[in-house]
Design a protein around this ligand. Structure first.
Ligand code: C2E
Ligand code: MG
Ligand code: MG
Ligand code: MG
Length: 288
């Protein structure tokens, strides 16, 4: 029976499988075309000093500017790009786009020393032995200063790529890229990684911030993370700050920096430029 039904079974199961493969193929060739056309663009979300709420830097967040579909967020294409390896080229395009933008801000006199943009790097990119040279070459070609660009890697991508991460991250650090551990608290980690790898910045994941003011135990947890970071000489950035109450609570816990919709959503280059111009204007004092 199985033999005679073999063909029928094949017909039943083949079409969806073929369709999945075709979809994947289409997305992949779409992506290749998008890379050639330069459709992967960084958006910029401010990172703000919680003491006084002044501008400290931006995080670059990739958007795919798709001719038919408009802007597509990273959740929809990064996992696919990590699987098919195109993340290497996309990541390079985001890094170059970010550096070119910083160079433009510098030329226009819209940049203040000490400001930075922090760029996400996927664990897959850590497997590229030429990454450090590519980043440093671009940085010097574009006339940026060491310190203008920071690098974010997630806790889980470090764990998944331990062998290469331990080689590559210290080399990036040697070249002056400050290292940020992204989404801290969501991986299975990691206190050992914190002590063994030269991270400068610890970004507390949004999941700890969302209910910070409603769940006391989260306050205790965040407090502990901040003390730990302090004792290791690391800077702390809280992700996903949406409300003034969270901002106040974090400031009371001596968290240095915050990022989230409360300050701004990620912006295109034009709006980010307007943000920097506003940041450079002296704040109007209440007395004036
Ligand atoms: P991430 O690096 O943790 O970035 C923060 C994410 O949280 C961003 O989502 C940002 O838009 C969002 N966010 C910021 N503030 C708030 C807030 O107050 N509330 C809420 N609900 N969300 C907030 P986005 O842009 O969709 O990026 C998602 C993830 O995709 C990033 O998480 C990062 O892991 C990855 N990603 C983004 N750009 C790149 C890139 O250029 N390369 C790589 N490899 N990954 C990237
Ligand atoms: Mg990030
Ligand atoms: Mg993050
Ligand atoms: Mg996050």
């Amino acid at each position: 029976l199985a033999k005679t039904r073999g063909r029928a079974r094949f017909e039943i199961f083949e079409p969806p499988m073929r369709q999945a493969a075709e979809n994947r193929f289409r997305i992949e060739s779409d992506m290749r075309q998008a890379i050639e056309r330069g459709e992967f663009k960084p958006f910029f979300q401010p990172i703000v000093r919680l003491d006084g709420q002044t501008h400290a830097g931006f995080e670059a967040l990739v958007r795919w500017e798709h001719a038919q579909r408009g802007f597509i967020g990273p959740g929809e294409f990064i996992p696919v790009a990590e699987e098919n390896g195109l993340i290497n080229e996309i990541g390079l395009q985001v890094m170059e786009g970010t550096m070119r933008q910083v160079a433009a801000w510098r030329r226009a006199g819209q940049w203040q020393e000490g400001w930075y943009v922090s760029v996400n790097v996927s664990g897959v990119q850590l497997r590229d032995a030429g990454l450090v040279e590519r980043f440093t070459d671009l940085r010097s070609q574009l006339g940026l200063l060491v310190g203008d660009i920071r690098i974010e890697v997630t806790e889980s991508s470090v764990i998944a790529n331990q062998d290469v991460a331990f080689g590559l991250l210290p080399r990036l650090k040697e070249q002056g890229f400050l290292l940020c551990m992204d989404d801290f608290g969501t991986g299975y980690s990691s206190l050992s990684y914190l002590s063994e790898l030269p991270f400068d910045v610890l970004k507390i994941d949004r999941s700890f911030i969302t209910d910070l003011c409603r769940r006391q135990e989260l306050g205790a947890l965040v407090n502990t993370v901040i003390s730990l970071a302090d004792s290791m000489g690391m800077i702390v950035v809280a992700e996903g700050v949406e409300e003034p109450a969270q901002c106040e609570a974090l400031h009371k816990l001596h968290c240095g920096y915050g990022q989230g919709y409360m300050f701004s959503r990620p912006m295109n280059a034009a709006n980010a430029t307007a943000w920097l111009e506003a940041a450079a204007r002296p704040k109007q004092s209440a007395a004036a």
